[in-house]
Design a protein around this ligand. Structure first.
Ligand SMILES: Cc1cc2nc3c(=O)[nH]c(=O)nc-3n(C[C@H](O)[C@H](O)[C@H](O)COP(=O)(O)O)c2cc1C
Length: 326
């Protein structure tokens, strides 16, 4: 699965990454619910895939992610999302952002499992039994003492699936992810448990699955730093024949992402492309070089020209994934 990443995995990114392959599912950015029902246009903006059967162009289902602490309001909005065509609802109990937590949403709810249970129950009851209601959580807020009990209650409340980002809220994004701590939950639940956190490579994926006992993984930043990581994992599971993506192909994806920003106000046009380069440079040294060249550029045309020039030069020099000439 492709992890939800606010401000990153928008409609365009979901389309680009799922088209490469390897994903069974992805999730929208979050829709933050307070106490009212959103008008339909808000759901369509959050999930443009609603216009195409709730799937990305390559056919990957997109679950609509809700974040909030009001069970009734979340249930109402979940019902509406499903009526508009969402193939599943994903509930966020992992977001560490201070503003979100101050309003009682995301990972702060891990301190009050009763509210989590109310939310899952209300959302489960509000949508047809055929619609998956998935939950994403961390190990806990300060520590993982409530983790097993909370996970059991989430299952009892009717969640279809549980994804665990194997860190507490206090861990933030600091490595390592504690995959082994998910093992007891995986053993005690009948619903699928999905392991997430710090999976950047095939060997990380093997280790995470080994330590947690989970069959499935959710990829976050790893999917951004290696756009074909999911296919690589499928390849190692013998499901596909895949050649590691070369840097010029990645630059083509950057060009594709940039093209989606052509109509944005100038000051935003290159933001997502620059952001992606900051993830890509973990795997591709050439991404750092390109980032240095575009980071101060503002206009769409300047950024586009720079990336196109870079593309021409790497294709001519026939660079390997790391940016080293073969
Ligand atoms: C920029 C960013 C935005 C994120 N937004 C969300 C979100 O909206 N909902 C959510 O459940 N998790 C969110 N996450 C957490 C990721 O889904 C994932 O759990 C986390 O990054 C750990 O996985 P990774 O180590 O593979 O990146 C976000 C993470 C990042 C880096």
């Amino acid at each position: 699965m492709l992890a939800p990443m606010e401000g990153v995995t928008d409609f365009h990114m979901r389309r680009i990454l799922t088209a490469i392959g390897g994903y069974n599912r992805c999730v929208t950015e979050f829709l933050r619910v307070t106490d009212h029902l959103y008008p339909d246009r808000v759901f369509r903006r959050c999930c443009p895939e609603l216009e195409s059967g709730g799937c990305t162009r390559s056919g990957t289902p997109v679950y609509l992610q809700l974040l909030g602490s009001n069970p009734q309001a979340l249930a109402q909005n979940a019902q509406r999302a499903v009526a508009l065509g969402a193939p599943g609802i994903d509930l966020n109990f992992g977001c560490p952002a201070k503003t979100v937590n101050r309003h009682g949403g995301g990972s702060s709810l891990l301190r009050t499992p009763d509210v989590i249970v109310e939310i899952v129950t209300a959302v489960r009851d509000a949508v047809d039994a055929s619609i998956p209601v998935t939950v994403k959580m961390r190990l806990g807020f300060d520590d993982s003492s409530l983790f097993l009990d909370t996970a059991r209650q989430i299952e009892a409340a009717g969640a279809t699936e549980l994804c665990v980002h194997a860190r507490t809220r206090n861990d933030g994004y600091k490595p390592p992810a504690h995959w082994h701590q998910v093992e007891a939950v995986r053993q005690s639940l009948a619903i699928p448990v999905i392991i997430n956190g710090e999976i950047w490579s095939d060997s990380n994926s093997h280790q995470a699955r080994h330590d947690s006992g989970c069959r499935d993984v959710m990829l976050g930043r790893g999917a951004l730093s290696r756009p074909d990581l999911a296919v690589q994992l499928c390849k190692s599971a013998g499901q596909t024949d895949h050649r590691v993506m070369q840097w010029p192909e990645v630059v083509e994806l950057l060009q594709e992402l940039l093209a989606t920003a052509a109509d944005l106000p100038e000051k935003y046009a290159g933001n997502r492309t620059k952001q992606w380069l900051t993830y890509l440079r973990r795997e591709y040294p050439s991404a750092q070089e390109l980032f240095e060249r575009v980071k101060r550029l503002r206009s769409f045309d300047e950024i586009s020209r720079e990336i196109n020039q870079h593309y021409t030069s790497v294709v001519q020099n026939n660079l390997t994934p790391g940016g080293v000439p073969v």
